[in-house]
Design a protein. Structure first.
Lengths: 293, 306
């Protein structure tokens, strides 16, 4: 006798793995667009982001009077397509995020692990360094660095790394301090495992989730920071395209062309918000204890 | 208490000395100050002599000690551009920055307290939702863009407020909003969670049982307790405003420390940049110190902990 097992429809339809359910798809979509534009370069843009066309200058977005479908978000004072420039600007944001997060994460993780594991003098020195770093407002640090170095991509990355390494270091230090007292670490030490191996094989995998979460939560802040620096003229310089720089250029046309002010800002807001949503989601998935971050 | 106080003061002092070392080193990174001061075709003797006169031939640590000693006496050198002592220039511009920071703080608290209280009283209600949307927007909008949007709307479109400059009350409204925008979300969250805790406590339940009017309970009994965490945090937010002032002052042409330092960066006016950054750092450390002390007074457990 064939025994038919009734398979309820919802179960059959749940093909997504459990950890992906409730993922913030819209945020994923926005960040994917940013990433694709950053990697794809100028070939995939609707128009040349640096193509001058003075006859077509100051065209409003397509829904406004005098707007055209050829320039969906309008054109700037030199007739350059705003949409293409915003998409091209995602490249700088992605580059800054990648380098800044990689370096601040690595330096912070190394310092935090060393301080948390060895304690004593290493810890004391590191904590003083963190306090010093926190006593200089990050924009002020950026200003003095920009005065000392030429403003540009490198300055932006150096400033962000100098600002954020301490954030990683403090949190990783706390994690390692609790982890190093666990039995498996003690057993490894008793079994004669060397310190480097304990750090890499036994501690690093356990702080990896925290690192991923911190890195994702940093993306939004890096984007805001880069935009602010570039807006002040201390960050990305012409002819590179950055959202903050676009807004700085748009300032003088604020009375005539509202879309020059609003559009790049919306790009910043969307990207930043998406990164924050993704970071929150990852944190809730991987490590809800970090919720106060 | 004196032990805790002494410990924190010492810690603050170490931070400020450290910050001054960092600032000194970065400034020296910029290459030879001689090249800025002397013409390109200066003779080697002249260069050597100027170096000796300025103490630039001394080892770096010695140069730092001279810099620190002068800074202690309030001497950061003269501004190349304004032809006056750099510290004097910063002190002249400080009142405008403090004024702006206080107004920004007042704006953020004026939004955060009512929204936080109402969303704690009715979680999921429309104030709660409004607060969430505001928090969401606040943390994703850079202060300078908020400033530009305010100018676009209130100065260009509606013509209600002056777009920039320093003067009466109308001049400070937009800069204060732009500066106070970002911390609103965090402050609302602090008030909301503190209110939720307090509204759940026994003395509030007793007041309810005694028939005290609800608005009396919420705005008088509960808020008085729930305001403590926010009040103690105000120093942190004030410090954050000092950092934010660099950008906001630049947009609104506000004659404060922030804009002065930004302009000094572009004219390579090193004494002013050094004095401005070090001065901001000291204010920053002092504000954070006050927060810790306030916590120590409010919550004796923290004192014992240190």
């Amino acid at each position: 006798m064939a025994l038919s097992i009734p398979v309820s429809e919802p179960i059959a339809r749940r093909r997504l793995p459990a950890w992906l359910r409730g993922a913030p798809w819209l945020a994923f979509l926005v960040l994917t667009i940013v990433l694709v534009c950053a990697v794809g370069g100028e070939d995939i843009l609707p128009d040349d982001p640096n193509g001058l066309n003075l006859a077509d200058a100051f065209r409003p977005p397509f829904w406004a009077a005098k707007g055209s479908a050829a320039h969906l978000l309008g054109t700037d004072n030199m007739g350059r397509d705003i949409l293409s420039r915003i998409l091209a600007g995602s490249q700088i944001s992605a580059i800054v995020c990648a380098y800044a997060i990689l370096f601040s994460g690595c330096i912070g993780a190394l310092a935090g692990m060393a301080a948390g594991y060895f304690g004593g003098i290493v810890d004391a020195v590191l904590m003083r360094l963190i306090e010093i770093q926190q006593s200089i407002p990050s924009i002020a640090l950026a200003l003095i660095l920009a005065a000392a170095m030429e403003p540009g991509l490198t300055t932006v990355i150096v400033v962000i790394v100098l600002t954020y390494w301490a954030w990683y270091a403090r949190i990783i230090r706390g994690e390692v301090m609790t982890l190093k007292g666990r039995d498996y670490v003690n057993f490894a030490r008793v079994a004669g495992v060397g310190t480097p191996t304990i750090l890499v094989r036994h501690l690093l995998p356990n702080i990896f989730n925290t690192l991923i979460i911190l890195a994702t939560l940093q993306v939004g802040q890096v984007i805001l920071f880069e935009a602010s620096l570039s807006f002040l003229g201390l960050g990305i310089q012409q002819p590179d395209i950055s959202w903050g720089l676009m807004l700085a250029d748009a300032r003088q046309y604020i009375t005539s062309a509202w879309w020059l002010i609003t559009m790049p800002g919306i790009a910043i807001m969307l990207t930043c918000r998406s990164a924050n949503i993704l970071g929150d989601w990852l944190r809730d998935r991987l490590d809800p204890r970090l919720r106060q971050l | 208490m004196p032990r805790f106080l002494l410990h924190r003061l010492l810690q603050g002092l170490v931070s400020i000395v450290g910050a001054s070392i960092v600032i000194f080193l970065i400034a020296r990174l910029s290459g030879d100050p001689i090249l800025i001061l002397l013409p390109n075709d200066a003779s080697p003797q002249l260069i050597a002599e100027t170096k000796r006169n300025l103490g630039l031939d001394l080892p770096l640590w010695h140069q730092y000690l001279i810099f620190a000693w002068n800074a202690l006496g309030g001497d950061f050198g003269r501004s190349y551009r304004w032809q006056m002592p750099a510290l004097q220039l910063i002190l002249d511009r400080l009142p405008a920055t403090i004024e702006l920071a206080i107004c920004g703080l007042v704006f953020s608290v004026a939004i955060a307290v009512p929204v936080g209280v109402l969303s704690a009283v009715r979680p999921g209600g429309w104030t709660d939702r409004f607060g969430r949307v505001f928090a969401m927007l606040g943390q994703a909008m850079p202060a300078f863009w908020v400033g530009l949007l305010l100018i676009l709307f209130f100065a260009v479109e509606l013509n209600w407020l002056p777009a920039f400059g320093y003067g009466g009350v109308s001049h400070i409204i937009m800069p204060a909003i732009a500066l106070g925008w970002y911390p609103v979300a965090a402050q609302t969250r602090i008030v909301r969670s503190a209110m939720r805790d307090v509204l759940d406590s026994d003395h509030i339940r007793l007041s309810r049982a005694l028939g005290t009017p609800e608005h009396w309970i919420v705005w008088k009994y509960a808020l008085r307790n729930a305001a403590v965490p926010l009040l103690t945090m105000l120093g942190v937010y004030f410090a954050a405003m000092l950092g934010g002032a660099f950008v906001v002052e630049t947009i609104f042409a506000w004659p404060g420390v922030g804009r002065t330092v930004v302009e000094a960066v572009f004219s390579r006016d090193f004494p002013v940049v050094q004095a401005g950054v070090l001065f901001t750092s000291i204010l920053f450390v002092l504000s954070n110190l006050l927060v810790d002390l306030a916590y120590g007074i409010v919550d004796p457990r923290i004192r014992a902990d240190r």
